[in-house]
Write a protein that binds this ligand. Structure first.
Ligand SMILES: Nc1ncnc2c1ncn2[C@@H]1O[C@H](COP(=O)(O)OP(=O)(O)OP(=O)(O)O)[C@@H](O)[C@H]1O
Ligand SMILES: [Mg+2]
Length: 353
């Protein structure tokens, strides 16, 4: 179940469109990597190339050091769970799970034992005789998972497997998946466009944008040190504001997280007022506050409920802002500059243009 994988310089075009451009990354033994990206960025194509269901134009896949270029999909020992269940409707749950092992020539006895074990593992003991049409969406995806595991895959690929399920079931099933992945030490690629899901299931996260990975890293690195504007805005929320450059150059666009924007109350008509508190929203222990700036743009700030109440904030309050960890990305081609900048309080007054 444990295998390392290396993807090296993969390119793929369909017609005139470049779908995957120069993609390289590695997956460690027993590692779970989440691939997170918007619709159409090439996530499914990436998985299909790794599984051998689609040919790449250039580049190679290695599993445990072995080049897969000429190895057909059926010989790659890869388990695949698709978004749309894709169970065989005319077969029972047991027959679905035993299908792969049967193709591999595993004996009936061993197959039966495997089916029992896997049904237990995915929490569906007793459901073996049902057909897919007699199962809920979540149960079908559990069967699909058991079927993918039945071939003892070197690698498990999951393509938005829980997309069609409601939020509660989705949460339960992804916890189970994570537990199983850890227990069995499976090497796994998990595709999703849901950030929370990506963080919960992956040891590391790859942020995919237009056919390539912008950044691969630990959730915390992506959040604290996004390498591109895309990653910064894709993970968590970000304000985009314009401030004068530090060296007196032209104004610069910077990004700042809501929790790094501190709102300070200013007495009526007080100096340094440059924003108005226009709205707030209770998120639980934190409050999201919207500040309308003089330039007509709004900035969001997060503060604790205690502070909000203690300071007695109200709609219409004049406020100053103090910001830290401003990130700037110096335009196309120079993206990747990752800096933090604590704006001095006196400079930030009226500094926003
Ligand atoms: N067989 C095909 N013929 C033509 N274009 C294709 C084909 N398969 C994929 N594409 C295109 O390749 C791009 C990437 O598709 P892919 O399915 O990999 O995206 P994705 O990231 O999985 O998106 P989603 O989140 O919507 O599933 C899309 O623009 C898609 O239209
Ligand atoms: Mg897809």
């Amino acid at each position: 179940m444990r295998a390392k994988m290396k993807v090296e310089g993969i390119h793929k075009s369909i017609g005139k469109d470049q779908i995957i451009s120069d993609m390289s990354f590695e997956l460690g033994e027993g590692e779970s990597l989440s691939i997170l990206g918007g619709s159409g960025c090439g996530k499914s194509t990436t998985l299909r190339i790794i599984a051998g269901l689609t040919d790449q134009d250039k580049g190679s896949i290695y599993i445990d050091g072995r080049k897969m270029d000429n190895v057909p999909a059926s010989k790659r020992k890869i388990g695949f769970v698709f978004q749309d269940y894709s169970l065989f409707p005319h077969m029972t749950v047991e027959e679905n799970i035993a299908f792969g092992p049967r193709m591999m020539g595993i004996s009936r006895n061993d197959r039966e034992k495997k089916v029992v074990d896997l049904l237990g593992l995915v929490g569906l003991s007793g459901y073996g005789k049902r057909r897919p049409g007699q199962l809920s969406g979540g149960q079908k995806q559990r069967v699909a998972l058991a079927r993918a595991l039945a071939i003892d895959p070197a690698l498990l690929l999951l393509d938005e497997p829980f997309g069609a399920l409601d939020a509660r079931i989705r949460k339960a099933i992804r916890r189970d998946l994570r537990r199983m992945q850890r227990e069995l030490g499976i090497s796994m690629l998990f595709v999703t466009h849901d950030q929370k899901e990506a963080f919960e299931v992956g040891d590391r996260i790859a942020i995919m944008n237009e056919g390539r990975f912008d950044q691969v890293g630990l959730p915390r690195d992506l959040y604290d040190h996004p390498r591109t504007r895309f990653v910064a805005s894709f993970i968590g929320s970000m304000n985009v504001i314009t401030v004068p450059a530090r060296d007196g150059g032209p104004p610069m666009e910077v990004m700042v997280r809501p929790e790094d924007v501190r709102v300070l109350k200013v007495a009526d008509g007080g100096k340094g007022t440059f924003g108005t508190l226009i709205n707030y929203m209770f998120l639980g222990s934190q409050i999201e506050v919207s500040i309308l700036l003089g330039n007509g743009k709004a900035v969001q700030s997060l503060m604790s409920k205690e502070r909000f109440i203690m300071e007695g904030f109200r709609r219409g309050d004049g406020v100053r802002l103090k910001m830290r960890h401003l990130r700037y990305f110096n335009g196309p081609g120079q993206e990747g500059v990752d800096g933090t900048w604590t704006a001095p309080e006196k400079n930030i007054n009226g500094a926003l243009v």
